[in-house]
Design a protein around this ligand. Structure first.
Ligand code: NIG
Ligand code: FE
Length: 463
């Protein structure tokens, strides 16, 4: 059954090539800008190479406005990247730069976006939804979350707000609770958090293991995660568990050996917390190499607490993303800008740890691709709210409202190497969020207000 959503005040598509099709007399670009102007406000580069080993470096800042050629390249490479999600339909580009139409309509058919354009020209459909001037945007793509765990750490948060520092070691208390939980308890907690995310507009999410840290507990973590999302990440290298404290090398061997063998069948990604107090450069490199040899694709917790080697390592191994990026040198920024590794910013962590926010504008100005993710976890950020991340990224990380919304949708898709989500081009999966507001800017303009008025996933209304 086809559905026409009409009378959309602002339709955020992230598909700039469609703007050329617009009738100047009908719906135009928001604020009446031409496509070139909109492209100049690009929030991240749409041009993409594969997620594999880094290709020839591109000079920092070389990413110009996206043209049709760049988008065509994006479609090819993202489609060939072996995404865990459904392949994008032939001919469909991945997410492009921020783009939006006023006075628009959208048709969903068979779970996909079948048509977008001026409301005055909308085709007939089996069912009609009147958006009454509200904003519609792609469902959020949360490319970083830790949702398989038991217990909570509210007291640790309260102590932090009273002046205690955040330390990687706090993870161990969640590890103890997770090991003591039944599969059904872990499943129920994840189900609750996934529902919480969906109600807030997150239609695609990544989920990491990392609170089990034994072969059995990591394997059941990735297996339970795989019941809820295709984007599962093996994070056996989260911290060294207490029983391996005298022998951290032995733990790295386990992560690269028996534990990896047990987890790889359920996962698409391998991640490592490269940080003082967690894993150093060589250990992290060994974990990523072993994961890649087992068919997993790398991503890295990088430069969260210190300006360590994580970002450089992520770029060297062609990781899909370097996450946190809270302490970056100029060389780190250049490395990200000259690579396809997405810089994933997690502003909820800075909020919840009271650490200084990194400057997202610095990364964008250099030409890096930026994603926003929640990092929902019981320790450093127990929030599943992408609208909060957008508001914080705008207010504290100096992103424009367009850049922040792009980073929470198309940026997340790039970080997961997904071409079928994060945009509303024809053929994209019909994952939509409708908000009770006339523009996307309201996420930051009205922070903390429940604006979500409807959510569709694969064409089905789910909230
Ligand atoms: O992304 N940095 C490592 N892992 C999580 C924190 C997990 C925890 O504190 O439990 C993060 O912030
Ligand atoms: Fe994390």
């Amino acid at each position: 059954m086809s559905v026409l959503i009409t009378n959309i005040g602002e339709l955020v598509t992230n598909q700039p090539e469609r703007d050329a099709d617009l009738d100047p007399g009908g719906a135009g670009l928001v604020a009446g800008r031409g496509a070139a102007d909109a492209a100049r406000e690009v929030a991240g580069r749409p041009a993409a190479r594969d997620a594999g080993p880094a290709g020839p470096a591109r000079p920092a800042g070389s990413a110009g406005p996206a043209g049709p050629a760049a988008l065509a390249g994006s479609a090819g490479s993202a489609g060939s990247a072996g995404s865990a999600g459904p392949a994008a339909p032939a001919g469909s580009a991945g997410p492009g730069p921020f783009a939006a139409m006023a006075g628009a309509a959208l048709v969903i058919d068979e779970g996909r976006v079948a048509w977008t354009g001026p409301a005055s020209r909308a085709p007939a459909a089996d069912q009609m939804v009147d958006a009454d001037g509200r904003t519609v945007l792609p469902g959020f793509v949360d490319s970083h979350a830790h949702l398989v765990f038991a217990g909570e750490r509210g007291a640790e948060f309260a102590a932090r707000m009273a002046g205690q520092p955040y330390r990687a070691g706090g993870i161990r208390s969640t590890v103890a609770a997770t090991r003591n939980a039944t599969d059904d308890q872990l499943r129920a907690n994840l189900r609750r958090l996934a529902a919480e995310m969906l109600a807030q507009g997150i239609t695609t999410f990544e989920c990491k293991s990392g609170y089990g840290l034994t072969v059995t507990d990591e394997a059941r973590s990735v297996s339970i995660a795989a019941e809820f999302t295709p984007e599962v990440t093996y994070l056996g290298a989260h911290v060294v568990p207490p029983e391996f404290e005298p022998n951290p090398g032995g733990y790295v061997d386990l992560v690269c050996g028996e534990m990896l063998d047990a987890c790889a069948p359920h996962a698409q990604w391998v991640d490592v917390f490269c940080e003082q107090g967690a894993f150093g450069r060589d250990e992290a490199a060994a974990v990523l190499a072993a994961g890649q040899a087992a068919g997993l694709r790398p991503r890295v917790h990088a430069n969260q607490l210190t300006a360590g080697p994580g970002v450089q390592l992520a770029v060297e191994v062609g990781a899909a993303s370097a996450d946190h990026c809270s302490n970056l040198t100029d060389a780190d920024v250049d490395a990200l800008a000259c690579s396809d590794t997405v810089a994933t910013l997690l502003p909820g962590v800075e909020f919840s740890t009271r650490h200084p926010y990194p400057d997202g504008r610095r990364l964008l100005d250099a030409g890096a691709t930026v994603a926003l993710a929640t990092d929902c976890n019981p320790g450093s950020c127990f929030s599943s709210s992408m609208p909060l991340c957008i508001a914080l990224a705008v207010r504290e990380m100096h992103l424009t409202t367009q850049q922040a919304v792009w980073a929470a949708t198309a940026g997340g898709a790039r970080a997961l190497r997904r071409a079928d989500v994060g945009h509303l081009g024809t053929g994209a999966r019909a994952d939509l969020v409708m908000i009770d507001a006339p523009s996307h800017a309201y996420f930051a303009y009205r922070p903390g207000v429940p604006l979500i008025a409807g959510v569709w996933r694969a064409g089905e209304r789910v909230a």
